[in-house]
Write a new protein. Sequence first.
Length: 160
Amino acid sequence: MAISVNLSPSQFSEPRLVEQIAEVLQETGIDPPSLRLEITESVLADDHETARGILTRLKGLGVGLKLDDFGTGYSSLAYLAQLPFDTMKIDRSFTLQLEGGDCNSEIVKSILDMAHSLRMQVVAEGVEESGQIDRLVSMGCEFGQGFFFSNRFRRKGRSA
């Protein structure tokens, strides 16, 4: 089992972030690859070199790194290839509008192709309907996240 944790921009800029995460891993005995840190694209815009150094150190701990809310910020695509992310998360604003052959579908497909060429897995956020799942799977998306899944657990008497 893996756990994903969102890091806010202020948490990401904490001077002892890497050391704190190393301490938590040590204290809890969590297997590092089971911890997946979600970092929003906006933290990359301020200081690329500092962000890259932090990400490299986090990756050195063995934790997974997810680029969250991709497509909503201003990161440089050229710079993206230099960062050690394992997973890219497509923002829900794209997923919610996946219908037919609209422009959004082409954007999502392009994001998927780019992420896969960078050897990243992809999570589509905002999945609310089975039609979205069908469309995402047909495009090659590996994972989905959203109310569709939590509602299925609730209907079956499980907690999400």
